[in-house]
Design a protein around this ligand. Sequence first.
Ligand code: PGA
Length: 257
Amino acid sequence: MNEKYTYIIGNWKMNKTIAEARSFVSALAVTHLPDSTYAGLAVPYTMIAAAAEAARGSSILIGAQDVSAQVSGAYTSEISCSLAIDAGAAFSLIGHSERRQYHKETDAIVNNKLKTLLATHLQAVVCIGESAEERQQNRTEVVLKQQILNALQGVTAEQFHKIALAYEPLWAIGTGLSATPEQAQSVHHFCRTVVASKWGDVRANKLLILYGGSVKADNAKELLLKPDIDGLLVGGASLEIEEFNKILHSKSENIAS
Ligand code: PGA
């Protein structure tokens, strides 16, 4: 991933049909995107192939929402990195809070997934974030430090170019209550210092850190103007093409259609 660019990734979660994915991505593919912006869509597995086909020739990256920590074999219902790549995925989210919450994924599991993923061509978007309770108890930094060090344990400095972090406070996901740009900036800056202390300033400064949690067209620009916010991970607002397109253009002056 290129640190000079802004990455805006939609996370469709468990939404849309193959036909809807095809028409959404086809329409987005012929839209003029700002030169310095990369658009990504983390789609359900069933539509990776159709979305990747529709995105061919454009700069839109199609990704998975999760991958297995296993390489292959008898793991019913799991999707390995190579299966995701075979379908057309260029990246995968891992450690999303809904996986942690509903499937009991721990930092150790996220770390296993990351190590498996780093052995392939996929890029990783590692999701981290604190709960409302942890924030109230002033434990945000402690929690995030632990999540970063555990989830990235064993990662070498050379592997960092394949990794982005996504800071998604749990209290902001799907609630309409986004972190303020100042709150997000302060956490992103903190995450960078954690990475710098373990992997060095050069890697930390190049690391892409995306913000996610109730991002919409009307708060995207303010978030992106903060120096440590390199992109956005967008859930609900990525399901409507007009809204997602506005978010993709929010940092540039020209709102093209
Ligand atoms: P949201 O979801 O934008 O709907 O809050 C973000 C996410 O879960 O990635």
